[in-house]
Design a protein around this ligand. Structure first.
Ligand code: C5P
Length: 237
């Protein structure tokens, strides 16, 4: 597969076209951003860790029957993916209260959510990714009701696979964000799953092992990501 032009430069990844119109190359950079790009730093090795972590998780999901855009790892920081028509709505599932839910509803961090919650956010930095609902998505034509139903089904199917996977490695999957796109008419999981887009706490101590370490200036960000990878058995070298 030949890497061609830069198609899009996001906050942490760059997307390249290839010689095959159905495939793209994702490059995971060391850039780490929070607060809609207000706080940005380069964290050495983060691109490599997230690329390999994402590949490992997508393989687990694919093995469980969840369609993903992942094709192959290409290098330490790159992978080949199917080219999706992305849906501009993010799906968030929460098993424990944290982050914006705590701020919005004034509940205690760590409160168990049973059943887990499901929320939609519009992918729009300028508007700070506002929370939206299904009727907004339909009215503005972001997705059809069939697509939304499939996104919700798959987002919970991911929880069924990943919650026990992390739990067996001594971690709590607090919450996570997924993005979907369309490939050949079907909804497929896109973007990435890494500690940049989920919350993971140590099961015993509730130590944060995810991007909250960066958001909250706790330090040891990449070291925490590497610890998560080590516990899951993700090969990093
Ligand atoms: O900020 P909030 O609590 O709503 O985030 C919920 C989950 O979604 C967190 O795991 C966070 O890392 C992730 N998220 C993300 N990208 C966003 C918004 C949230 O990865 N733009």
């Amino acid at each position: 597969m030949e890497k061609r032009d830069e198609l899009y430069r996001g906050k942490a990844k760059t997307v390249f076209t290839t010689d095959n119109p159905d495939y793209l190359i994702l490059e995971f950079r060391d850039d780490t951003s929070a607060f809609d790009g207000e706080k940005v730093e380069q964290l050495a090795r983060k691109g490599m860790v997230n690329n390999k972590f994402n590949h490992f998780i997508m393989e687990q999901l694919s093995a469980a029957g969840i369609p993903t855009q992942m094709e192959t790892l290409l290098s330490d920081t790159e992978c080949v993916v199917k080219k999706l028509e992305m849906i501009p709505v993010e799906c968030v599932v929460r098993n424990l209260a944290a982050g914006s839910l705590v701020r919005r509803l004034g509940v205690t961090e760590g409160l168990e959510l049973n059943p887990p919650t499901f929320e939609l956010f519009l992918k729009n930095d300028a508007l700070h990714d506002p929370m939206v609902n299904e009727s907004h998505a339909l009215a503005f034509g972001w997705a059809t009701s069939e697509q939304l139903a499939e996104m919700k089904r798959l987002t919970f199917a991911v929880n069924d696979v990943l919650k026990p996977l992390f739990e067996n490695a001594g971690m709590l999957l607090v919450d996570y964000k997924l993005e979907f796109g369309v490939f050949n008419g079907s909804i497929v999981l896109g973007d990435e799953f890494s500690p940049d887009g989920c919350r993971l706490w140590d099961k015993e101590t509730r130590t944060k092992l995810d991007k909250d370490r960066f958001r909250q200036g706790l330090g040891g960000v990449v070291e925490a990501y590497e610890e998560v990878a080590k516990r899951l058995g993700v090969p990093l070298s």
